[in-house]
Design a protein around this ligand. Sequence first.
Ligand code: NAD
Length: 264
Amino acid sequence: SNNLMAGKRGLIMGLANDKSIAWGIAKALGDAGAELAFSYQGEALKKRVDPLAAELGSDIVLPCDVSDEASIDALFDGLKERWDNIDFIVHAIGFSDKNELRGRYVDTSRANFQMSMDISVYSFTAVMQRAEKMMNDGGSAITLTYYGAERVMPHYNVMGVAKAALEASVRYLAEDLGKDGIRVNAISAGPIKTLAASGIGDFRYIMKWNEYNSPMRRNVTIQDVGGSALYLLSELGAGTTGEVLHVDAGYHVVGMKAVDAPDM
Ligand code: NAD
């Protein structure tokens, strides 16, 4: 542990269980001395999030469905009752109908396109509208993206389109908020077995492919993502904004199947 986040307070959105990327990030921040608040979606998740928050010394656990403006307002009203200032935001939220995370992108429905964009893209902007007002001494925010934003990945489909829009929104948010000392970045994580990932078709195959073909010949962990999040959210990242940082064991630099990768 270290003191990189001593005296800093922030909100973690998207914790579902101890496999969540949000958990790897929360632990890294907690170990570095940050004070944490959490939001969860739906009563069913509260009983999972409460003990995880407690493990990191937090009793600020608030509901928020990011598809509902009133729910986001209520979250920030609740946060303001406890804190008058925040220093960081972690947005680790994405959603799409899993029936459209297999097969062809061309078959995406209008309804699921709109829902995926709303929950996975707009929600980050909606959150930053409120967060900005509580970041009185500047701040730092991150969201989570995936290489499917940049290149076609099997089954990722409408989520790839959504992540491309999310990455573009990171750049626009960085410009708007930079003057106030607020940095906005994304982490592009390699595949990790989480609840959300289990909805993606052939996910085990995608994990194996990354393990065999990434320069580091392994998959990344939520601890790996936590370390990079700590860099972006602490003063170590003071000069970095609008960036998409790949935490993918180098997979994004590879142009061809590795010579030592087994046949699959
Ligand atoms: P996860 O299932 O643990 O987390 C997803 C979270 O999104 C859950 O906590 C869920 O409650 C929340 N969520 C969904 N709809 C919501 C809504 N309407 N309101 C509020 N919260 C909502 O899975 P994860 O893999 O940790 O996902 C976190 C982020 O990381 C997502 O943006 C995901 O796309 C991204 N990501 C994941 C991987 C991977 O391989 N797991 C790779 C790159 C990026």
